[in-house]
Design a protein around this ligand. Structure first.
Ligand code: GLC
Length: 551
C-alpha cells in the first residue's frame, strides 16, 4: 500500500506499463448486477477473477461518468462522478480496490478535448457575455469560416466543425459530434480545471489515463489544428504536475497520427508515457491478407526510436471503427475491398467489425494476428470479447456493433444480465456463426482447446520474457516475403519470432549468423526444428504458422 491506499501488488516499477498487458472494456458491456439491462461496477467487480485468470495486468475502462450518452459516454456532463446507471463513486472505489488487491492496474479516460453540450460549463458559457471567463471555456466565432484547414473527423455525421448556438448567438467549435463543443485550452481556467479532474481520480488511486483525442486541444489559423506546439507544451505541464503529485502513473495518448507525429507525444520522455501506434494496426491486417510482410516492415522502419521511458500501445481492434486514416488512398481501397465488402460494414474512414469476423472466423488467422500483437514492440491491448472470438452486429447504428454485451454463458442474455432481453442496452450477438450459445466464456473455459485457453497461454508466455515488452526489434530478410522473421533482444534475452503470413505452408531459410551456435528453445508453435548451424537455417511453417524461440 502507498499513501493513497493503493495496493498494486509487488510490482512498484515506475515503468510497469512497459511489461503490461492491457484489457480494454466498457463497464456497460461487462456484467449487469441489478438486472436493469446495463453493466455496472458491481458486476465488473464480480468478474475480476476472470480477468486475473486470463492473465491481463491492467484494465482500461471506457468513460463511465455522467453523460447524455450521445457518443457512448465520450460526451461527459460531469467529470468527477460515476453515471448512476453504473453505480456510485463508492462502487467505483470498491472495484478499484478489488482490482488492486489482485495486482490489476486500472486506467481510466480523460476526455477533455470536448464536453457534452449538457455540461454545466457549456450551459454557463452560452449564457455568459462574450469575452468573459465563463464564455471563454469554449471556442466561439461570429462566422463559421475560421480554421478552414481542420479536417472533419466524423465525416458520416457532420459537415462542419462549427455549429450555431442560438442562445449564445454565435458559432462554437467542435471536432467531433456537434453536441460535443471543444473546450478552449487558451483559457487558463480550462487548463486548471483539467488538472483538478486528474487529481480527483489519481487521488482515488487510478493508475493512469488514456488521453482521448489529444491532438486537437488547440486551434490556430493557417494550420490543420492538430499536434500544435501549444498542445505539447500543455502536455509537458500536465505530466510535470502529475509526476510531482502522483508518481508512477501513466499517460497514454490517443493520437491517430503517422509515427513521426505520434512520437511527438512522448516529447523527450516528458509528455506521455505511452501512445497508440495507429499505423501498425491496419498494416497487420494488410500483411496477412496480401501474404506479404512488406507493410509491417515498411511501417516499423518508418517508426523512429522512442525515449527509453516510453512505450507504444499496440492493438488489433478497439471500441471504434478499424480506422483507415493512417493509410494511403490505395491501401484504404484495398482494406475496404477485402475487409468491408458490404457498405454496412463501413463508417467514417473505417470498418466497424470485430476481430473474429474480420478474419473470417479462421482460428489460425486469429491466433497468428494475436501472436503478432504480442510480439511486436509495445504493450498489447486486448479488446474485451476478442479473447473468445466474439462476433459483431453491423446492423446496429454508429459503432455499437462492436460494443455488445460480453458473452459469459449459453444462459439467457449470455449470462450478462437477468433483465428482460428487450431491455438490454444493446442486443446480444445471435448471428448463427457467432451465436452466444456457442461463443461464450463458460464453454471455452471447459474446453482446453478453445481460443480462450490459447490466449491465456499466449499471455503467460509473454510474461516470461521482458524482451517482448522492452526489447529492440531487428528484422531478418529471408527471400520468401510471405515469412516475417525478427529478433527481439533485451539484456541477455534473445527471442526469435517467425510467422507465416500465407494460407499455404512455406519454406524459408533464415540467416541466423548473428546467433550462430545457439540452441533454440521453442516457446510457442507447433513443430521441432534443427539446431542453428553456421549455414542458413531451413524451416517449414504451416498455414498461418507462428513460432517463437528463446536463444
Ligand atoms: C475518441 C474515442 C471515440 C469518440 C471520440 C470523441 O476518438 O475513441 O470513441 O467518439 O474520441 O470523443
Amino acid at each position: 500500500m502507498n499513501g493513497n491506499g493503493r495496493n498494486v501488488g509487488p510490482d512498484e516499477d515506475p515503468l510497469w506499463y512497459k511489461d503490461a498487458i492491457l484489457y480494454e472494456l466498457h463497464v456497460r458491456a461487462f456484467l449487469d448486477s441489478n438486472a436493469d439491462g446495463m453493466g455496472d461496477f458491481r458486476g465488473l467487480a464480480q468478474k475480476l477473477d476472470y480477468l486475473q485468470d486470463l492473465g491481463v495486468t491492467a484494465l482500461w475502462l471506457l468513460p463511465f461518468s455522467p453523460s447524455p450518452w450521445r457518443d457512448d459516454g465520450y460526451d461527459i456532463s460531469d467529470y468527477t462522478d460515476v453515471h448512476p446507471a453504473y453505480g456510485t463513486l463508492r462502487d467505483f472505489e470498491r472495484f478499484l480496490n478489488e482490482a488492486h488487491r489482485r495486482g490489476l492496474r486500472v486506467i481510466t479516460e480523460i476526455v477533455v478535448n470536448h464536453t457534452s453540450d449538457q455540461h454545466p460549463w457549456f450551459q454557463r458559457a452560452r449564457r455568459s457575455p462574450p469575452g468573459s471567463r465563463w464564455r471563454d471555456f469554449y471556442v466561439w466565432s461570429d462566422r463559421p469560416d475560421k480554421y478552414k484547414d481542420a479536417r472533419i473527423i466524423f465525416k458520416d455525421f457532420e459537415t462542419s466543425n462549427w455549429a450555431w448556438d442560438p442562445v449564445a448567438n454565435a458559432y462554437y467549435w467542435h471536432r467531433f459530434y456537434s453536441h460535443q463543443p471543444d473546450l478552449n485550452f487558451d483559457s487558463p481556467y480550462v487548463r486548471q480545471a483539467v488538472k483538478e479532474i486528474a487529481d480527483f481520480w489519481l487521488e482515488m488511486g487510478v493508475d493512469g489515463f488514456r488521453l482521448d483525442a489529444i491532438p486537437y486541444l488547440y486551434e490556430r489559423e493557417g494550420t490543420n489544428c492538430e499536434n500544435l506546439p501549444e498542445t505539447h507544451q500543455y502536455l509537458r505541464e500536465l505530466r510535470q504536475y502529475i509526476d510531482a503529485k502522483h508518481p508512477g502513473r501513466m499517460l497514454l495518448a490517443e493520437a491517430n497520427q503517422w509515427p513521426e507525429d505520434a512520437i511527438a507525444y512522448f516529447g523527450a520522455g516528458d509528455e506521455c508515457n505511452m501512445a497508440f501506434h495507429f499505423p501498425l494496426m491496419p498494416r497487420l491486417f494488410m500483411a496477412i491478407r496480401m501474404e506479404d510482410r512488406f507493410p509491417i516492415l515498411e511501417i516499423m522502419e518508418q517508426t523512429p526510436a522512442i525515449p527509453p521511458n516510453c512505450q507504444w500501445a499496440i492493438f488489433l481492434r478497439n471500441h471504434d471503427e478499424l480506422t483507415l486514416e493512417m493509410v494511403t488512398d490505395d491501401e484504404r481501397d484495398y482494406m475496404y475491398r477485402v475487409y468491408a465488402h458490404d457498405r454496412q460494414m463501413r463508417i467514417n474512414l473505417g470498418i466497424r467489425r470485430r476481430l473474429a469476423p474480420l478474419l473470417g472466423n479462421d482460428r489460425r488467422k486469429i491466433e497468428l494476428m494475436n501472436a503478432l500483437l504480442f510480439s511486436m514492440p509495445g504493450t498489447p491491448v486486448i479488446y474485451y470479447g476478442d479473447e473468445i472470438g466474439m462476433g459483431d452486429n453491423i446492423y446496429l447504428g454508429d459503432r455499437n456493433g462492436v460494443r455488445t454485451p460480453m458473452q459469459w454463458s449459453a444462459d439467457r442474455n449470455a449470462g450478462f444480465s437477468r433483465a428482460n432481453p428487450q431491455k438490454l442496452y444493446l442486443p446480444i450477438i445471435i448471428d448463427p456463426a457467432y451465436h452466444y450459445e456457442a461463443i461464450n466464456v463458460e464453454g471455452q473455459q471447459n474446453n482446453p482447446h478453445s481460443l480462450l485457453w490459447w490466449m491465456k497461454h499466449l499471455i503467460e508466455q509473454r510474461k516470461q520474457f521482458k524482451a517482448l515488452g522492452r526489447g529492440t526489434l531487428e528484422f531478418l530478410r529471408p527471400s520468401n516475403r510471405k515469412v516475417l522473421a525478427f529478433f527481439r533482444r533485451y539484456e541477455d534475452e534473445i527471442l526469435l519470432v517467425v510467422a507465416n503470413l500465407s494460407r499455404f505452408p512455406q519454406h524459408v531459410e533464415l540467416d541466423l549468423g548473428a546467433v550462430n551456435g545457439m540452441t533454440p528453445v521453442e516457446l510457442f508453435g507447433r513443430a521441432e526444428f534443427p539446431p542453428i548451424g553456421d549455414q542458413c537455417w531451413p524451416i517449414s511453417i504451416g498455414t498461418y504458422g507462428y513460432f517463437s524461440f528463446a536463444l
